[in-house]
Design a protein around this ligand. Structure first.
Ligand code: GDP
Length: 295
């Protein structure tokens, strides 16, 4: 994960190794390299600039207060700032409803259906949860089939109704089915499009208004870099979602989306997808991700 970025940051932070003290000159040199590494990883220009400004300020300000070597101090500052940028403390999902409704949003191909299955599987393993998956993509029969395949794999019931082509009515019927059958979590998989369009946004907003989910999650493919951030912004403007799911972090992603998304939409990344299999899901912890990035 993020091999290229890790390598470049390591190189940048090496500048200070062997230096006896932090000076304006070696800090400037280091932060310039850190900025370059972030830009190469597809981090938005403004974010990269703000980030390195903060790192510089901290490095110059803390110098006299620490017993750490300059190299170690810089690693610590960059790690702390990366953690902050990606969201500070880890946040869970709200499962206080009866049933708790979790609505998935995102573009087609982002990994919504796969993630719906992963989350159902993840919650099912906590013995107190009995999830129901609801198929609300009325445009692509293959999407309904796919959710059924996923449901069978993990042993979770899937609610669908191929006769019903009203996604709002379907979502409501899914929640009613959950209530009637003792499911305490409902995960609603919705239709995506290849690009942001008004009809999709109106539809998902109508579903949200109808079922009042405890959690609306935005699912995005981390490999799409700055596009991921722009799409997140477009969805958040309409849905004011609760959290982000970053998928395909096992792939050849440069890491820009993971680093930028929180500061653009001010919503936490809650989960990551790290593979196609049903157990390839992790709760997102900003500090652990910062550790991974810094190697
Ligand atoms: P949807 O259209 O948003 O429902 O997307 P899908 O769930 O159908 O996923 C699109 C493709 O991405 C499928 O081939 C999935 O197997 C794949 N996929 C989803 N999540 C991940 C992930 O975390 N890692 C990898 N490598 N592939 C994933």
């Amino acid at each position: 994960m993020f091999d290229n970025l890790s390598e470049k940051l390591d190189k940048a932070l090496h500048v200070l190794k062997g230096h006896g003290q932090i000076t304006e000159i070696n800090v400037a040199e280091t932060t310039k390299e850190v900025r370059r590494a972030l830009l190469d990883a597809d981090v938005n220009f403004k974010i990269a600039k703000e980030f390195t400004n903060k790192v510089r300020e901290k490095a110059l300000g803390q110098n006299v207060l620490t017993t750490l070597q300059p190299g170690q101090l810089m690693v610590k500052i960059v790690k702390d700032e990366l953690t902050e940028l990606m969201g500070g403390d880890a946040e869970g999902i709200n499962l206080s409803g009866d049933p708790s409704v979790i609505l998935m949003s995102g573009l087609q191909g982002s990994g919504k259906t796969t993630f719906s299955g992963k989350l159902a599987n993840f919650l099912k393993k906590k013995k107190t949860k009995n999830p129901l998956l609801v198929a609300c993509d009325v445009y692509r029969p293959a999407a309904i089939d796919q959710l059924h395949v996923v449901g069978e794999q993990i042993g979770v019931e899937v609610y669908s109704d191929r006769e019903n082509n009203d996604p709002v009515a379907l979502a409501k019927a899914g929640v009613a089915h959950a209530k009637a059958n003792g499911h305490n979590v409902v995960i609603i998989d919705t239709a995506g499009r290849l690009a942001v369009d008004q009809q999709m946004m109106d539809e998902i907003a109508s579903i949200r208004d109808a079922v009042q989910p405890q959690e609306t999650l935005f699912v995005v493919d981390s490999m799409t870099g700055q596009d991921a951030v722009n799409t997140a912004k477009a969805f958040n403007d309409v849905l004011n979602f609760d959290g982000v799911v970053l998928t395909k972090l096992d792939g050849d992603t440069r890491g820009g989306a993971a680093i930028s998304i929180k500061s653009v939409v001010d919503k936490p990344i809650k989960f990551i997808g790290t593979g196609e299999k049903m157990d390839a899901i992790d709760v997102f912890h900003p500090s652990r991700m910062a550790d991974r990035i810094l190697g």
